[in-house]
Design a protein around this ligand. Structure first.
Ligand code: NAD
Length: 516
């Protein structure tokens, strides 16, 4: 085990530490300091100083520095992916894919921030025609980022990379399950951008450290995690009116029409539901298939899911539940669905009900959960209403697309969704009826690989956006500027203008507005 250095400037090292562990075995990985307010405050202070210099750079210089960081992350991909795999338990290939996607996003943010945020002239309208008007997006200062463990690089970097590209400093608190990955990101930043020590720092710890960051006076707090925690963090932010971004959970639905390619839909449902052991905010948790194809779709999903095994070896399709206790949540959701009359063509909790005990065993306990496919699940079961965050999927039959849309939209979550449909045009039309922040047609999670697309949800999935132009602008404050070019014929903002002239201006403007 090693003690890690997070790069925060402290007078005395904190005495308390916590241990990160391999979720598959419980084996200790490293000790990390528990940072409190006395550690967070100097990190924010250093960020403020470095951030002022960073914000003053021309956008092209910031782009150059961020691309250096991106190149170093690419060169160190093996180390970053190994850290992700060790701390989350996910297969190395999944970790590599996560880092690759992050590189695309960082590259896009670095290359596009100048264009998206630069000063833009706007029309003034008649009463202000003597003015030149423009709007520019200024950095906020220091952005606090609190991250989750399920994609410990890709997810927080949606805030970190975009906030830095927009000209801010960042203080990042990674999940207590994945602190080493956060520390590594900051270490590589310092190596790639040595002139800006303190611009991006990491503080480690659990809830108390996150609460200290939320209360530290940062200029925005970007949170990713569960809606319950979001409420607590937002409450702390509310005390100082610190702006807050909430990227929370999901209960994403896939809609399957009668003319959909069922093999493609089944393949995508299995990957979207079981990949990363189902621990994906925009993973597939519910499927609504029109009755005519429901049975066929279920057969094809089960056929594929049956072949997948959780584990740690090279044959494992996915790893353990990263968080101790999550297996119990999955079990509770599955048991409640079965008790309410749902079927389980795969993963029945009653092993005796199936002739193939090895395939149909109840989630075996411990951190590994075998795939579970549920059908005909009553809509009020937790498996349909709460985020399960496990390798399960519920596939229900619906009369038609209208019912599928209605049921998909009935969730208190609204993050992602997918539509499988024979016609791309019809699929896009269905997508526009869904209450979701992002929708993929004929794929799942298609939007996650497109950096130009904003990402985020509504309801219990949170608010605000990361990624894309909206994600960059979210880490800025728009500043509007007018420059008077010449004296107006009638100055409406002067006590010196005669009342009769003002009255003529009012009459003229009223006439113009009543014409159309
Ligand atoms: P969590 O809510 O338990 O923790 C998230 C972070 O908040 C962690 O860093 C944690 O230490 C910190 N935290 C906990 N209590 C806090 C408090 N009182 N004050 C300040 N910080 C506190 O979530 P998790 O288990 O780490 O992540 C899983 C959740 O994240 C799921 O709901 C998942 O859907 C969601 N998620 C959302 C997205 C998205 O982009 N919408 C992406 C990934 C994960």
């Amino acid at each position: 085990m090693t003690d890690t250095d997070t790069g925060t400037s402290r007078k005395a090292p904190p005495t308390a530490t916590f241990t990160s562990r391999d979720p598959a075995t419980g084996r200790p990985l490293a000790d990390h300091p528990v940072h409190g307010p006395e550690d967070v405050a100097p990190a924010v202070e250093r960020g403020r100083a470095a951030g002022a210099r960073w914000a003053a750079l021309p956008a092209a210089r910031r782009r150059g520095h961020l691309l250096s960081w991106k190149r170093l992350l690419a060169a160190e991909l093996d180390a970053v992916a190994a850290s992700v795999a060790a701390e989350t338990g996910k297969p190395l290939q999944d970790a590599e894919l996560e880092v690759l996607l992050t590189l695309e996003h960082l590259s896009w943010a670095a290359r596009n921030a100048g264009r998206v945020l630069r000063r833009r002239r706007v029309r003034t309208g008649l009463p202000a025609s003597n003015q030149a008007a423009s709007v520019v997006h200024r950095p906020l200062g220091v952005v606090g980022v609190i991250g989750p463990w399920n994609y410990p690089v890709y997810t927080p970097m949606g805030s970190i990379g975009y906030a830095l590209a927009a000209g801010n400093a960042v203080v990042f608190k990674p999940s207590e399950y994945t602190p080493g990955t956060g520390v590594l990101l900051a270490r590589l930043f310092d190596a790639a951008v040595p002139d800006f020590a303190g611009l991006f720092t990491v503080v480690t710890g659990a809830a108390e450290t996150g609460a200290a960051l939320a209360a530290s006076g940062v200029d925005k707090l970007a949170f990713t995690g569960s809606p319950g925690t979001a409420r607590k963090v937002m409450e702390v932010c509310a005390r100082s009116l610190t702006p807050f971004l909430a990227e929370c959970g999901g209960k994403d639905a896939v809609l399957v029409t009668a003319d959909a390619d069922l093999d493609a839909a089944a393949d995508a449902v299995v990957w979207g539901a079981l990949g990363n052991a189902g621990q994906t905010c925009a993973g597939v948790e519910r499927v609504y298939a029109v009755r005519a194809v429901h049975a066929q779709l279920c057969d094809r999903v089960v056929e594929r899911a049956r072949l997948l095994r959780p584990g740690t070896g090279p044959d494992a399709a996915y790893g353990p539940m990263t968080m101790p206790g999550q297996s119990d949540v999955v079990r509770r959701h599955v048991d409640a669905a079965l008790a309410a009359g749902a079927g389980a063509p795969l993963g029945d909790t009653d092993a005796s009900a199936s002739p193939e005990p090895s395939d149909s065993a109840k989630p075996p306990g411990g951190p590994f959960v075998a795939p579970v496919v549920l059908v005909d699940v009553p809509e009020d079961c937790p498996a349909m209403t709460e985020e399960t965050f496990g390798p399960t999927v519920a596939i229900n039959a619906v009369a038609d697309v209208d019912e599928a849309v209605r049921r998909a939209n009935a969730s208190r979550y609204a993050l992602g969704a997918a539509v499988f449909c024979g016609s791309r045009r019809e699929g896009a039309a269905i997508a526009s009826r869904l209450r979701a922040g992002a929708v993929s047609v004929n794929s799942v999670l298609g939007f996650a690989a497109v950096p130009a697309l904003p990402f985020g949800g509504s309801g219990d999935s949170g608010f605000g956006r990361i990624h894309g132009a909206e994600g960059l602008r979210g880490f800025t404050a728009p500043q509007s500027v007018t420059v008077r070019r010449f004296a107006p014929p009638v100055d409406l903002t002067s006590f010196a203008t005669p009342a009769a002239a003002k009255a003529r201006a009012v009459a003229l403007t009223r006439w113009l507005h009543t014409r159309r």
